[in-house]
Write a protein that binds this ligand. Structure first.
Ligand SMILES: [Zn+2]
Length: 408
């Protein structure tokens, strides 16, 4: 019975994916909104269409290949058959099953990943990865994912043995702490692995300091971070507890943008900071993790799911495989809708702050520059935006900024 449920969810996932693809293909035939037509010239836009068509063809092949793989893994008892021939006790067997499963999945996805990053992105000039980096990235992603999943699984197994079904409370606390730790570590890593140089005195510094005071903060430091070694992204962020704050600007931003544009980006980020938008998103992610925990608990509470797949007991390696491979995706699709909605609202609010401070036009040029640099989709289907995008479209953002400008 549970096999049918899992196969039904798999089919739903495939259907959803195909519908989104059809919408995307149809949307590409529509003309671009008036206010973003100057972002690409005709030749560039033709190239973008070619690029996105190639990517979506490759994506379709990969979706279908994954569905076939899913049929093999979750339509049969192959996972328990592998489990029963593995050596060791419950823990070792489960870890090995997870290793075999993860390794197989990685190998399965390599042709697609290789084709997209090396062939397609290479052809259009985005790819900054060489063959060697591709291999190291693939291997390190595999190792990190495996360690995280194996730790989670062993912890779940251990607590389930000790506490029975109440284990999921502890499991949730473990996942929540783990997420917080990752968040904090990434900040620390950024501090360790990047160089921060003070922003020299001058009109830019004065503008930023004034804006900051206006928002009610006292400034202790403005620094420029050498982000360009790793990314082409532009960003600015504020840190620090209490009233005294530090600001860091990406060097990409300082070097490639005009003073007004930097001020616009800064005003935008300041609005996010003031309204604690990132913290709200983290809180929402916690909710997602609670749902994940509840789903792991469901596997523990309903041993029949494991039995239907030929296991003789509740099997957490199988549970994690079924969750990450099939069951989590529709849940995420649903949970993503409100978070994307609020994400878009936060972006509008942040843009509004930039416009109200007089940097509306500069914000518009920044958005256009960013869209050009990222080779962005200028006209995604409204349904896809509503379901999946946590940023409004460039065109919608420009329109909203212009409205604020008119009122000023
Ligand atoms: Zn933003």
């Amino acid at each position: 019975m549970y096999k049918l449920v899992i196969l039904a969810v798999m089919t739903f996932n495939l259907g959803y994916d195909l519908v989104m693809r059809v919408l995307a293909v149809r949307q590409k035939k529509k003309p671009l909104p008036e206010n973003v037509r100057d972002i690409y010239d005709e030749k560039e836009y033709a190239r973008w269409r070619e690029y996105s068509a190639e990517k979506s063809r490759a994506g379709l092949v990969s979706t279908l290949a994954d569905f076939v793989l899913g049929l093999i893994l979750f339509g049969t008892n192959v996972l328990s058959a592998v489990y029963h021939v593995l050596p060791g006790g419950d823990y070792l067997k489960s870890i090995l099953l997870m290793l075999v499963y993860a390794a197989f999945l990685t190998l399965w996805s390599i042709p697609y990943e290789y084709y997209v990053t090396m062939k397609i992105e290479g052809k259009y000039g985005f790819n900054k990865t060489d063959g060697k980096t591709f291999v190291t990235d693939t291997v390190s992603n595999f190792v990190i994912n495996f360690i995280v999943n194996a730790a989670l699984m062993c912890f779940a197994m251990f607590m389930f043995d000790r506490m029975g079904t109440m284990f999921f409370v502890v499991l949730f606390a473990f996942i929540a702490l783990f997420m917080l730790a990752v968040n904090m570590l990434s900040m620390t890593f950024m501090r360790i692995f990047n160089k921060f140089t003070p922003l020299p005195d001058g009109s830019l510094r004065d503008t930023l300091v004034a804006m900051f005071r206006e928002a009610g903060y006292e400034l202790s430091d403005i620094r420029v971070m050498d982000a360009s070694r790793r990314t082409t992204k532009v960003n600015a962020f504020c840190t620090g507890l209490g009233k005294f704050k530090k600001i860091a600007l990406y060097d990409n931003l300082v070097e490639n943008y005009t003073e007004d544009e930097i001020a616009a980006v800064f005003a935008h980020e300041l609005a996010h900071f003031k309204h604690r938008d990132t913290a709200k998103m983290t809180a929402y992610n916690m909710l997602t993790m609670a749902v994940l925990t509840a789903m792991i608990a469901a596997f523990a509470l309903i041993p029949q799911i494991s039995f239907d797949y030929g296991f003789t007991d509740v099997n957490f390696a199988f549970a994690i495989a079924a969750l990450t491979g099939v069951l989590l995706s529709p849940v995420m699709t649903v949970l993503q809708i409100p978070s994307a909605f609020f994400g878009r609202r936060y972006e509008y609010r942040a843009d509004r702050m930039a416009a109200e401070l007089g940097y509306g036009e500069a914000m518009v040029t920044v958005l256009k520059k960013l869209a050009r640099d990222n080779f962005s989709d200028l006209n995604p289907h409204p349904v896809i935006v509503a379901l999946e995008h946590n940023h409004p479209t460039v065109s919608a953002r420009i329109e909203a900024i212009r409205k604020v400008e008119k009122k000023r």
